[in-house]
Design a binder for this molecule. Structure first.
Ligand code: SAH
Length: 361
């Protein structure tokens, strides 16, 4: 699909148009990655952050937010809880926290691998290449780093550089790929100033980057951030920060990247606690990331307000998610649940390598 067609489909809210788009994406999802939904245990390991992103409640200027950082023992216990729930992957996410030193994360990865054998996904923002190399060597499998918006003006305005260091998420995605990580990125939908053409270009960028994973969610204003106080421009090109439009972006991402792993994101469930996750799974998504952060810290990881409360305080497993999957006729995955896009890419690289050797012989 070209950019004009993508933008046209994003704009098309004529009766039945969205339902048709979601059904098309659902069919492509079923053919390419099947009915299995992979569950990832999400551990929010630190609410400290050095950055000042205008959209995010963790930003360093939000003095009202209490900050915490889990210990290696707490993170490993959460990974064990994820394993006990039957999840095959643990996702370690946090603010861009210099207190999460390279060595700390290396030790954490080693401990999780030793004690659980789970696949490990990192989502720790922009980090030095040395850290990314070391973490990969310790066994980190995947990295999630949204480019947030491909519109350079908006990105630079809403995601200020750290002193003396130019923010370049696209460059880091390239490094991650070269290091052999399974690579995920994505965007926010509904930032003030963001247009339909911007989102269409973002979806084209998902394809150009040949992402293994694509995470997309609606922007939810946080009152303690600069964008929590910014009115939306009254402009016909301004995109709304609705679940409906975020679902349309998810559906188009599925059409563009049939073999990617695509989560139904927490932000969708925040806007619509009863049906948000299911709506994403009906519109092309095939992953859900239940939160396994120790309950007492969850309120402090306030990227945006109103995140869903833990559904099952007793076991920590979100049993309602399995019930929802059964209701959708889908099944919960067992094992790592690697992205088929990644596995195909790796197999092709392997073939090229061994083929190359044969030529050399
Ligand atoms: N520090 C890491 C993880 C950030 S939290 C990083 O920067 O990559 C993960 C994602 O939450 C971000 O990538 C962003 O897309 C999303 N997010 C941040 N603020 C948000 C908001 N107000 N509404 C919805 N999503 C938000």
């Amino acid at each position: 699909m070209g950019r004009a067609e993508l933008a046209g489909r994003l704009r098309n809210t004529a009766p039945g148009a969205r339902a048709a788009l979601f059904a098309e994406a659902d069919a492509v999802r079923r053919a390419a990655v099947g009915d299995t939904v992979h569950l990832r245990g999400l551990v929010e390991i630190s609410s400290h952050c050095a950055r000042a992103c205008h959209y995010c409640g963790l930003n360093a200027n939000n003095q009202a937010l209490p900050r915490y950082r889990l210990t290696i023992a707490e993170i490993t216990a959460a990974a064990q809880a994820a394993a006990a729930c039957g999840y095959g992957t643990v996702v370690l996410q946090g603010g861009e926290d210099p207190g999460l030193t390279g060595d700390f994360i290396s030790k954490t990865i080693s401990a999780i691998k030793r004690e659980t054998g789970l696949a490990v996904t990192l989502s720790l923002g922009e980090r030095d290449t040395d850290d990314l190399i070391n973490w990969r060597a310790k066994g980190a499998d995947r990295y999630l780093l949204r480019f947030e918006t491909g519109n350079r003006d908006l990105y630079q305005r809403y995601h200020p550089d750290l002193p003396g260091r130019k923010s370049d998420r696209l460059a880091q995605l390239q490094v991650l790929r070269e290091l052999g990580y399974e690579v995920g990125s994505g965007v926010l939908v509904g930032l003030p100033g963001q247009t339909y053409d911007d989102l269409a270009a973002d979806i084209e960028l998902f394809s150009a980057l040949r992402l293994d994973m694509v995470g997309v969610g609606p922007f939810i204003p946080h009152p303690a951030t600069p964008l929590g106080r910014t009115p939306f421009p009254a402009d016909a090109e301004q995109v709304p920060n609705t679940a409906d439009l975020a679902l349309a972006v998810i559906a188009l991402a599925r059409l563009e990247l049939p073999q990617a792993n695509i989560p139904s994101t927490t932000a969708l469930a925040t806007l619509n606690p009863a049906d948000g996750y299911a709506a994403g799974l009906r519109a092309g998504a095939n992953v859900v990331m239940p939160n396994v952060t120790p309950a007492r810290y969850r309120r402090q990881y306030e990227v945006y307000p109103g995140k869903p409360a833990p559904h099952d305080e007793v076991t920590g497993c979100d049993h309602y998610i399995r019930e929802m999957l059964a209701g959708l006729g889908r099944n919960a995955g067992v094992g790592r649940g690697d992205s088929p896009a990644f596995l195909a890419r790796r197999a092709a690289a392997e073939k090229a390598r061994t083929g190359g050797e044969q030529h050399g012989n």
